[in-house]
Design a binder for this molecule. Structure first.
Ligand SMILES: [Zn+2]
Length: 266
């Protein structure tokens, strides 16, 4: 590899160059762009980070959907719906203990830490793994619930539980405690949805990370932020193509976020 190619590889990693296909000659042309323009955090008073599976995958958290995803090896009908839990709660709980174990093997990356260090940042996430909280984020709206919480389906009691194994799988009322996550066929929590819409509708900087944005309600969030007057950025190794974004950075959050906000990586 030549010095120039080497340099291009490095720049591409940090999102400073773009590759444009040139159909006429059947090749791609690499354009060198200016160094990444940093975002001044003090210019914004309400920042919302909207994160999806890609954010956690950078830390090694197994993904659920797509190539190599958990749903390629496990059947949703057997492990991730209310009917499955009613048929065999112990089997479903054991599956979720495995998920907890694999998340505990991972650590938050620099992108998680940059977000956690911002006092005016809120997180809306599709992830259930609690990685933002482990990095130190306080305000996290979890659209799909949490692997680290259980709830009683009879009396509504909720219990946080952060170990690999569940401390207990029974509520004091006698019923089973189920993972407090949104399984297939479950309704999204209306209160959580409302909090997310409010946060996004009131932000002045919206940064989407590692989500294709194709699943509802994620699909409407960039547009909601844009219509509310927020500056909208997408960070993704595979950008969604959504036209609501003012800026798209192709790359991994752990590399892009420190540079975007001008903070050093740890
Ligand atoms: Zn109960």
């Amino acid at each position: 590899m030549s010095d120039i190619e080497d340099h291009c590889t490095m720049l591409k990693k940090i999102g400073k160059i773009a590759k444009l296909p040139v159909a006429a000659i059947g090749k791609s042309v690499t354009l060198l762009l200016h160094p990444m323009k940093t975002i001044e955090q003090r210019d914004f008073s309400n920042i919302v980070f909207f994160t999806g599976a890609g954010m956690s995958a950078e830390s090694g958290v197994p993904i659920y959907r797509g190539k190599g995803g958990i749903w390629g090896s496990y059947s949703i009908e057997e492990y991730a719906c209310q009917e499955a839990f009613e048929r065999n709660p112990e089997k479903v709980l054991a599956f979720h203990e495995k998920r907890r174990s694999s998340v505990l093997d991972c650590t938050p990356h620099d992108g998680h830490r940059v977000i956690a260090d911002m006092s005016c940042a809120r997180v809306v996430t599709q992830n259930i793994d609690g990685m933002h909280q482990r990095a130190g984020s306080k305000e996290v709206i979890e659209l799909h619930g949490s692997l680290w919480r259980l709830r009683c389906q009879s009396c509504g009691f909720r219990k946080e539980d952060f170990g690999e194994k569940f401390e207990t799988n029974r509520c004091d009322c006698g019923d089973w405690l189920r993972p407090d996550i949104v399984w297939f066929g479950d309704m999204l929590d209306a209160v959580v949805m409302s909090k997310a819409s409010q946060a996004i509708g009131n932000c002045d900087l919206f940064i989407s990370i590692g989500t294709s944005g194709t699943v509802w309600p994620a699909a409407r969030y960039p547009d909601l932020a844009k219509k509310s007057g927020a500056y909208c950025i997408e960070i993704n190794p595979e950008p969604s193509g959504d036209i609501a974004y003012d800026r798209v950075v192709e790359g991994a959050a752990g590399e892009v976020l420190p540079e975007l906000f001008g903070v050093s990586r740890r």
